[in-house]
Design a protein around this ligand. Structure first.
Ligand code: DSN
Length: 415
């Protein structure tokens, strides 16, 4: 985009926006939680709906002039119901964390007990980290993955639930590469009489496309964000049954938010329509196929891949075996210099600081949106290994950077 209007008012912001466009075009976005939305979603998010207050819900607003806001929000709701097969959907949460907040607020009292996965094992801040409001308002215990296999320890989770007697069990993760067996966790929740929240923020698109099993209709609540594998722009979503519909709607508004971000809800509506097209299933399958190839390539070169592979869109590498002196943050920096943007990540059994942990996390949603297939992704896997293995060799970083430039030009983003 040329940002002509912005430039006329504010050249500093116009320069930064143009710089970001170029950065996204000329580097590979491999942060597993990121993706690239279509120009249609961008346009909807940049629309005049940003001006509109629409507190309330379609047909029942606290402001006049909501006829188009109603139309857009109802379309987003109806399309989400069709995509995920949910009885009730709330599309107003500003983010995945605020979607989780709504579920806690609807179901728990301060001091109630939450059982969730530890952050360093793949959980999310909003599942109960002490620095997050969840860790401070509720009593939280955390389960872990099996240190040997990297898979969820379902039996350990059941034992912990038995002892801790939680009011809420949280499943769904930020850095867990394997398929989640929602029904096994639901059985545990049933046994101890706890609610079950499945946070599918990372895998919304995979679930919608049927390439990962769905928790909808299995767990009490499903939350997600709308800008990751589903490509519908920034925001959050809550799905539940009719039984909990009013409680969730009241917890989102007025419980936790004021006016909904109607321009973002327009983006969600457009992105959901795109995801309802037949080619979205192909996209989601390709995301998983590409991640599988990436994991294989890493393993072939000697990286320790957590859990030995992936069933999803992400691959987690524990660098401690192959590169014991290289913290994830330094690997992240060297890769960024070469044009491969991913993030350092904690790994199960983490021994370093969360600010400079022992692993790196790589995702394929962004590459796949650009059109990368398995062959192209395997090449990226090799380039990643090369940079990590030669992180202090500027010549190698420059060579890889040149190849990344070629790949970005061959798979353009916004033509
Ligand atoms: N912070 C995001 C991630 O990178 O996984 C999740 O919200």
């Amino acid at each position: 985009m040329d940002y002509e209007q912005v430039r006329a008012v504010d050249s500093a912001v116009a320069d930064a926006l143009a710089g970001e466009d170029t950065r996204q075009e000329e580097t590979l976005a491999m942060i597993a939680s990121e993706n690239h939305v279509s120009k249609a979603v961008l346009e909807a998010q940049g629309s005049a709906l940003t001006n509109k207050y629409a507190e309330g819900y379609p047909g029942k607003r606290y402001y006049a002039g909501c006829e188009y806001a109603d139309e857009v929000e109802q379309l987003a709701i109806d399309r989400a119901k069709e995509l995920w097969g949910a009885e009730h959907v709330n599309v107003q949460p500003h983010s995945g964390t605020q979607a989780n907040q709504a579920v806690y607020f609807a179901t728990l009292d301060p001091g109630d007990k939450i059982l969730s996965l530890d952050l360093t094992h793949g959980g999310h801040l909003s599942h109960g980290h002490p620095a997050n409001f969840v860790g401070q308002f509720y009593e939280v215990e955390q389960y872990e993955v099996d240190p040997e296999t990297g898979y969820l320890d379902y039996d350990g989770l059941a034992e912990m639930a038995d002892e801790f007697d939680p009011d809420m069990i949280v499943s769904g993760y930020s850095a867990y590469p394997r398929e989640v067996e929602w029904e096994r966790i639901q059985d545990v929740a049933d046994d101890v009489g706890a609610y079950h929240l499945a946070d599918i923020a990372h895998i919304t698109g995979l679930v919608a496309a049927g390439v990962h099993q769905s928790p909808v209709g299995v767990t009490d609540f499903v939350t997600g964000s709308t800008h990751k594998t589903i490509r519908a722009g920034r925001g959050g979503i809550v799905m539940t049954s009719e039984e909990h519909a009013d409680d969730i709607d009241n917890a989102v508004f007025p419980g936790g938010q004021g006016g909904p971000l109607m321009h973002n809800i327009a983006g969600k509506a457009v992105g959901f329509k795109e995801a309802l097209q037949p080619d979205f299933e192909e996209y989601a399958q390709q995301v998983v196929d590409n991640a599988d190839v990436l994991a294989e390539t890493f393993a072939d070169h000697g990286f320790e891949v957590v859990s030995g592979g992936t069933d999803t869109h992400l691959v987690l590498v524990d660098l401690r075996e192959s590169h014991p002196d290289l913290p994830g943050g330094e690997a992240e920096d060297a890769l960024a210099e070469a044009g491969i943007v991913l993030n350092a990540n904690t790994v199960p059994g983490e021994t370093r600081s969360p600010f400079n942990p022992s692993g790196i996390r790589a995702g394929t949603p962004g590459l796949t949106t650009r059109g990368f297939d398995e062959e192209a992704t395997a090449e990226v896997g090799e380039l990643i290994y090369r940079v990590v293995d030669n992180h202090d060799d500027q010549r190698v970083i420059d060579e890889v950077s040149e190849r990344i430039d070629e790949l970005c030009a061959a798979y353009p983003l916004y033509e």
